[in-house]
Design a protein around this ligand. Structure first.
Ligand code: SF4
Length: 246
């Protein structure tokens, strides 16, 4: 049977998931259950629309002029795109044959031979490290932190450009000791080109309600500018380039 992938949705002019204008492909399915997830409707592996790699790439090619002019590319996001790593790999091969660069936004939780292939062919990994404290990580996601750190090692060992993403959630991921430990850890990864510090927001809360799920962070406030600047400064102390939506 021909390979197909389940796509939750696409965004043809994305500007926040990698350099330039991105065609962002949100893949269906995720094994994590992050308490601040703004795409809980992408969790199920059953929904979405099926595409073959060729069909998806034919759609994307229509936007090539915009992508090229902006120094952009395609970003596979989700959900967890590497749950469908073989599809990502096949689509990436086609995209790269058209001269289009490929980024993957992943939690780093899944590892198998197809993940290795997909990650190795990518031009950029956006790796979400949701906390550097294993207990907090588990509280946020429901899964272990260790696979993500192993993925980070693989990316370093194979010189794959990486942007680490960190969502700052007051009362959950704003512990300065833990942030400092993460900054120190990342400072020994030359492949980490930058850290993206993202302010927690509740824009996905309505989706939780619609799905009948319990949103645990209703009472949590978005981080204020002062806290964002404070955390940014900690990473910068370790010579990590930070971009932040402050
Ligand atoms: S990894 Fe992403 S899609 Fe999956 S639960 Fe977490 S925030 Fe949601």
């Amino acid at each position: 049977m021909a390979l197909t992938g389940r796509v939750h949705s696409v965004e043809s002019f994305g500007t926040v998931d990698g350099p330039g204008i991105r065609y962002v492909v949100f893949m269906q399915g995720c094994p994590l259950r992050c308490c601040y997830c703004h795409n809980p409707d992408s969790w199920s592996t059953q929904g979405g629309r099926e595409y073959s790699p060729q069909q998806l790439v034919e759609e994307i090619i229509k936007y090539k002029a915009f992508i090229d002019a902006s120094g952009g590319g395609v970003t596979f996001s989700g959900g967890e795109p590497l749950l469908q790593a073989e599809f990502i790999y096949q689509a990436a091969v086609l995209l790269k044959s058209h001269g289009i660069s490929v980024a993957i936004d992943s939690s780093g939780y899944i590892w198998n031979e197809w993940v290795r292939e997909a990650v190795t062919i990518a031009d950029l990994l956006l790796l979400d490290i949701k906390s550097f404290d294993p207990e907090v990580y588990k509280r946020i996601t429901g899964v272990e932190l260790a696979p993500t750190l192993k993925m980070l090692d693989f990316l370093r060992d194979n010189s794959i450009a990486t942007w680490v993403r960190y969502v700052l959630v007051p009362g959950l991921t704003d512990d300065k000791d833990s942030i400092r430990k993460l900054a120190k850890h990342l400072s020994s990864y030359p492949n980490v080109e930058r850290l993206e510090l993202l302010a927690f927001h509740k824009m996905g809360e309505y989706k939780w309600e619609r799905l009948g799920l319990d949103y645990r962070l209703s009472a949590t406030k978005e981080p204020d500018r002062e806290l964002m600047l404070e955390v940014k400064a900690i990473f910068e102390e370790y010579n990590i380039k930070v971009s932040a939506n402050i």
